[in-house]
Design a protein around this ligand. Structure first.
Ligand code: NAG
Ligand code: NAG
Ligand code: NAG
Ligand code: NAG
Ligand code: NAG
Ligand code: NAG
Ligand code: NAG
Ligand code: NAG
Ligand code: NAG
Length: 474
């Protein structure tokens, strides 16, 4: 049976059956309601049988053609099955387990696939978004999945009794929010070896989760404060890079998007990117060192997340959106030729806007990008409190001479609300100091292993530089 996705107004339609005499059209609406809605459009069989026949002959034709003839026109019907078959010829995935299992990572135990997404995904048919977090961030899961509409892998830090709160939060999002969450989101949990949760009700930790929640009761992140957390009470640091690594290692697709749970991507990204891959296979060789960057922006608290680049540009002009961390570390998120990126009009489909290395004026860039399992992980000695926790990975990729391709029409929007200063700079000064030293030490280690490249850096001329971003560039 072939599946094909057709956009029909706000519906995504899966052609579930295509027989000679009849066509069954089931339209799944994820739009605004949290319930999955099934509609049977078979009554319109005339219209759809036309589509079906057209599609069948197209499909037969395309199978005999080679890649160069595949179009990336976003108005042609996108065929998941076909993309998958095509890309399967080029990319293979390691077999990553689907079942629940415990591994030790440094001073932590991680339970992979603690609560597993229900939908199976193939190696090349989609892209997995991976993100670190703890239960306090799970309010972002619904808006994130609603936009991403592909597999999501989240690793949650859950020491001591935070583990039980985390289970509640997972059950809440699965039972009381968008049905897509149950289908698409996998949750992994981890905790310190010295802070293993105490089993309750004579059930061991591995089997504790029950997939039920009384939805009239608000989720834990609304009723609890940081002071209720085991983590806070025990002065534990948030091992954000361990979380990033677990989430990424658990992903079962070839292409992966290591992101943050509070960053909302542009819609329809997965299809557009896979089409881009199809048309640019030369960029995706086994030995290629290429990653694909999405520029990132912040919007004010009362603003709606822009749906496309045109809408974003309007917001930049009216100052309701700004570059990410413009007020803290603008340099860390300045994409290559970003000044012109914001000026360039939106085009059809998805392509590359600019390409470059993480050098020169981009030497402290901490980009977010689409990559694969082969790109370097994050150093697990770094913490959230210590900041600059993505710097080492970016530095490693600079030494390895990676190319950063900036995509043209796709971008990320941080959850509405502008951050002005970081808690880390005041409350965790000592951790920041330790981290800065650690970065210096680690970069020496890396130079020993990869060789030195004087163009690569972990700090901007040794100090934090405040950049004034000219209004005129927006
Ligand atoms: C066909 O079915 C859909 C979904 O049930 C319904 O919304 C639509 O009005 C129907 N159209 C006709 C022509 O009966
Ligand atoms: C959809 O509706 C058609 C005609 O109304 C019916 O024959 C068919 O069985 C229905 N398909 C499904 C999957 O419900
Ligand atoms: C593209 O398709 C045409 C027929 O439509 C064929 O003649 C041509 O050889 C194909 N292009 C390539 C690069 O194979
Ligand atoms: C343990 O049992 C108590 C009472 O029997 C119940 O209220 C609680 O929800 C249970 N906890 C878990 C984690 O199953
Ligand atoms: C769900 O919670 C509400 C509010 O606390 C309570 O009134 C209701 O009885 C609960 N429902 C079930 C099935 O436990
Ligand atoms: C915090 O830790 C103290 C002991 O260190 C303990 O008495 C108290 O109950 C803990 N509070 C919470 C909310 O875990
Ligand atoms: C962009 O999004 C806005 C709504 O935010 C919509 O009105 C507009 O049609 C969209 N433009 C394109 C090119 O999709
Ligand atoms: C960009 O779009 C605007 C408004 O649609 C148009 O006036 C302008 O000419 C376009 N610029 C370019 C370079 O295409
Ligand atoms: C460092 O940058 C300079 C100037 O951009 C360039 O000429 C040189 O090749 C670079 N060196 C390395 C090792 O990449």
């Amino acid at each position: 049976m072939a599946f094909r996705r057709i956009r029909d107004n706000s519906f995504y339609c899966f052609l579930a059956g295509c027989a000679i005499t009849s066509v069954y059209f089931l339209c799944v609406s994820y739009s605004t309601s949290s319930q999955l809605q099934l509609r049977n459009y078979s009554n319109l069989s005339k219209h759809y049988s036309q589509i079906c026949n057209q599609w069948k002959s197209e499909l037969e034709m395309r199978h005999t053609k080679n890649i160069a003839n595949v179009t990336n026109d976003e108005n042609t019907y996108y065929d998941e099955e076909e993309t998958k078959n095509l890309l399967d010829d080029y990319f293979t995935c390691d077999s990553i387990p689907k079942y629940k299992y415990i591994v030790q990572r440094g001073q932590y135990y991680a339970i992979f696939n603690f609560v597993q997404a229900e939908k199976e995904v193939g190696c090349t048919e989609t892209i997995t978004l991976t993100a670190p977090g703890d239960y306090r961030f799970l309010d972002n899961v619904a808006p994130l999945v609603e936009r991403w509409r592909g597999p999501v892998s989240i690793a949650l830090y859950a020491p001591g009794h935070d583990f039980y709160t985390t289970l509640q939060a997972i059950a809440y999002v699965r039972q009381c929010e968008n049905r897509l969450i149950k289908d698409l989101v996998s949750f992994h949990v981890f905790f310190d070896i010295n802070h293993v949760p105490i089993p309750r009700n004579e059930t061991h930790i591995l089997d504790t989760y029950t997939d039920t929640y009384n939805c009239s009761i608000p989720p834990p992140w609304e009723t609890l404060t940081d002071l209720d957390m085991y983590k806070t009470n025990n002065s534990l640091l948030y091992p954000i890079n361990t979380a990033r690594n677990i989430a990424k290692l658990a992903a079962r697709t070839y292409f992966q998007f290591p992101s943050d749970i509070e960053l909302y991507p542009t819609r329809n990204f997965i299809q557009l990117f896979l089409n881009f891959v199809k048309n640019n296979l030369n960029l995706f060789g086994q030995d290629s060192k290429n990653v694909f960057v999405l520029p990132i922006f912040e919007i004010f608290e009362d603003q709606a997340v822009p749906e496309n680049k045109t809408a974003l540009q309007k917001m930049l002009k009216s100052n309701t959106a700004i570059l990410f961390h413009q007020k803290m570390c603008a340099l860390c998120h300045r994409v290559i030729n970003g000044e012109n990126w914001v000026l360039a009009n939106e085009t059809k489909g998805l392509g590359v806007f600019s390409v470059g290395k993480r050098q020169g004026r981009y030497m402290v860039w901490e980009p977010f990008f689409i990559c694969t399992q082969k790109e370097p992980l994050w150093d697990e000695r770094m913490t959230w409190e210590g900041q600059k926790n993505k710097m080492i990975q970016a530095y490693t990729m600079c030494i390895m001479d990676y190319n950063f391709y900036v995509l043209d029409n796709a971008f990320l929007i941080h959850k509405p609300g502008i951050k002005k200063e970081k808690l880390q700079m005041t409350k965790f000064k000592n951790e920041v100091k330790k981290s800065n030293q650690l970065i210096v030490d680690i970069s020496v280690e890396l130079q020993r292993m990869y060789g030195e490249n004087k163009n690569c850096s972990t700090s901007y001329k040794g100090k934090i530089v405040k950049v004034k971003v000219k209004k005129s560039i927006l």
